[in-house]
Design a protein around this ligand. Structure first.
Ligand code: HEC
Length: 218
């Protein structure tokens, strides 16, 4: 029987001759093998290099994560001088707007609807006060920092999203909401959201109670 080692040895020996083996599964396997067998420390392993003999070392004092370095000041709070910032304080690339759309679809559309009209199934079943439309004139006039603050801390029945979304992702979502507010075309899901929102509004207005004058009924 030929041992694995011998097979590897043969393959290594013949590869320079056979150009075709560049992308072969055998070549892939060899590369993987080399990674697996390389010298490295195991987690919680012993190290002869460091004074405390631990392979895992604490980061030097004052080390900041890449994320926290990006998220200081207005980019991390949405506030400047105690006021919500007027516009997104980080530059959003087209790829980040696509990310914003994805995160909006995952975290916000369940309540605010695929198009931000507030016509989600959740809104339909929640009862007033329901998740509002994110396309209202009043929200369009609010500063971006306000939306960031709501996404970060929540509001009323809306939960906070500071754990699920990094500050950068929250800004990307806001960039996408601003795009939605200006968009004049609808996908089928957004159209369904718009129609359901209209139905919810008309039934809410039918059933909203007008306060009765005291003593009108016994
Ligand atoms: C569980 C349902 C739910 C989800 C999910 C949700 N919201 Fe809300 N949202 C609400 C409700 C309810 C309100 C109304 C809160 C109030 O005014 O009492 C609201 C209010 C808001 C407002 C304030 C609107 C205004 O006109 O002042 C913004 C902005 C907002 N949400 C953004 C978001 C964003 C961004 C996400 C996703 C990261 C999100 N929401 C996810 C339920 C939700």
């Amino acid at each position: 029987m030929i041992s694995t080692r011998a097979v590897i040895g043969l393959a290594v020996a013949f590869c320079p001759l056979a150009l075709a083996c560049g992308d072969s599964p055998e070549r892939e396997r060899l590369d993987f093998e080399r990674m697996r067998l390389q010298q490295r420390y195991d987690l919680y392993g012993k190290s002869g290099v460091f004074a405390n003999h631990q392979s895992m070392q604490a980061p030097p004092t004052g080390t900041v994560t890449r994320e926290s370095a990006l998220d200081t000041g207005a980019a991390g709070t949405g506030m400047s001088g105690g006021q919500p910032v007027a516009s997104v304080p980080v530059s959003l690339t087209p790829a980040q707007l696509v990310l914003g759309e994805r995160k909006f679809t995952i975290y916000c559309a369940v309540c605010h609807g695929a198009g931000g009209f507030g016509g989600s199934i959740v809104a339909e079943n929640m009862g007033p006060p329901r998740p509002p439309s994110l396309r209202s004139d009043s929200l369009a006039a609010r500063p971006d920092g306000y939306i960031f603050d709501v996404a970060t801390h929540g509001k009323g029945r809306m939960p906070a999203y500071a754990v699920e979304l990094t500050p950068m992702e929250r800004w990307a979502v806001i960039g996408y909401i601003r795009m939605l507010q200006q968009s004049r075309t609808l996908t089928p899901a957004q159209r369904a959201d718009s129609l359901r929102a209209a139905a919810i509004h008309s039934s809410d207005s039918l059933f909203s109670e007008t306060p009765r004058a005291a003593g009108a009924f016994p």
